[in-house]
Ligand binder design. Sequence first.
Ligand code: G3I
Ligand code: 9MR
Length: 594
Amino acid sequence: MSFPPKYLARIIAVVSLSSLLAACGNDGNSNGSSSVAGAANSSASSSLIKVNQLGFLPESSKLAVVPDVPATSFKLLKAGTAIEVFSGTLSAAKVWDASRESVKVADFSSVKTPGDYQLHVDGLANSHVFSIAPDVYNALNAASIKAFYFNRSGVELLPEFAGKFARPLGHADTQVLIHPSAASDARPSGTVVSSPKGWYDAGDYNKYIVNSGISTYTLLAAYEHFPEIFNNQNLTIPESGNALPDLLDETLWNLEWMLTMQDPNDGGVYHKLTNENFDGTIMPHEALRERYLVQKTTAATLDFAAVMATASRVFAPYETQLPGLSAKMRKAAESAWEWANIHPAIVYKQPSDVRTGEYGDKTLSDEFAWAAAELYITTRVDGYYTALKPVDVFNSVPSWGNVNGLAWVSLAHHRAQLTNVADQTLIASRIKTLADNLLSTWYASPYKVSMEKHDFVWGSNSGALNQAMMLVQAYRLNGKRDYLDAAQAQLDYVLGRNATDTSFVTGFGEKSTLHPHHRPSEADGIPEPIPGFIAGGPQPGQQDKADCKAVYPSSVAAKSYLDNYCSYASNEIAINWNAPLVYVSAAIAALTPK
Ligand code: G3I
Ligand code: 9MR
């Protein structure tokens, strides 16, 4: 049998996609296929069928977005063939103001037979190849966690765990200096302290408590909510095979660092461990600048308290393996909470000699609420619930600077174990109100997503996934199928059903992010990026324009994405963007009916 060249390319892609899935399922070390779809410019991407390039579970809702062509129907074909397995009617065209495109939707949810497929619409190129398979997100979930291992500070990545991405130890951080902004009587400026381990924040090599807070919590929540997904998962990390699930081992790497960021003399927590300036495009072991602990802040201290309270309950069952750890974390959370109550408004102020990420945040009521909620759940002390001021705390899609939602996520999950002081009706209604807002956007959305134009800010892909996380909470509370389908839509969005026709996860999908702003991926001399990282995503700010010789293909919100290393404003990776990918890929796998 002979195939036209277009189909041959698709067949090659299917083979490499399948081998990627198989390999990542075993060791998570493999790297994905490179793009076979060719570079798309803005207008080219508008004339393409957009679909989740990885694919769907048999029982998932399955949608694709189709440009506004005269055709009124679509076909689902066996990949690489003209064999039709399903045909359906396209929806009426609508304009999405976020991408300024007129699009129709193809719904093929009723197709449940595992296999590799492509969509066909007369007048358009066939879609990327995607799968329907019961394990379609297993390798994605594993790789999205393994990405944290690849971003570990303070350890050599050995070939047996990192494969071709092995690298020498970088940033031991056993001798860092107290910065003048953090000086105290007990630890004057220039005091040497040890603060090893942890994950690099993003494409840079600094470590920031505020962003570590939401990231670490999201991984712990994934474990608390869906332990069955992680209990037997093998990520091929150094700790694999010990008594802890690999996800918890990986999370512990960062928790151990976070513990060192608390001043033992008063309970306050340093905002960040950082260089004065961002490093150049070099490998971790080549980055040898002096490192500092900078200013204790209320936000960092409260985020720390929330995470340590959460970790204390998650690690409690491992007393034999990790004696005293759970109690130590609880004490750390309590002393951080006390410090924050004595210093309720210390906002981060970037010292004049420091130029790295700020994670500055002037609104601290949400950090107070989140820390209080986690301390309440862990200690069952009613005073923390009262301190949370639940009636005044609304629910919102979480981000590093807005953590109200995390309090409601935890309260909802633990609702059956709360003391009488907790208002169960309020908890349920907070979850439902937010999810219903997202749902009504999803119902009306031309792209069938809950993203709107104003959601396209720096790290927009994490916004998409955090919306999904909040939809998932409502589904877990009342089982209404639309919440799950709307969450699935957000996963579809980051995996290719978006206006750039890109799967934003490195190594996953026929046309995936290839050049993330990630120093190791750029400096390691290996053509492809380290797999499992999600790029920040489109946003019209283009704050990196002056640093980019390459030109953005579009300035329209949902299309303002540049797959180039220079683009830290649209193509960086970050731990708080990967964490909801871990959560959502696990949630969809766990919750979708089998
Ligand atoms: O919240 C406002 C919103 O109200 C407004 O409408 C919108 C318009 O642009 O801006 C929003 O603020 C943005 C803010 O992120 C919150 O999303 C700012 O414009 C934007 O500049 C800011 O970007 C942050 C960026 O650092 C620059 O400070 C990102 O959130 C944050 O994720 C990113 O974090 C960096 C670290 O500093 C360093 N390490 C890498 C990491 C990822 O790029
Ligand atoms: O690489 C840095 C990235 O991690 C940050 O998110 C970003 C925003 O603060 O800054 C990047 O560093 C750039 C710096 O801000 C300006 N000069 C060029 C740097 C990247 O090459």
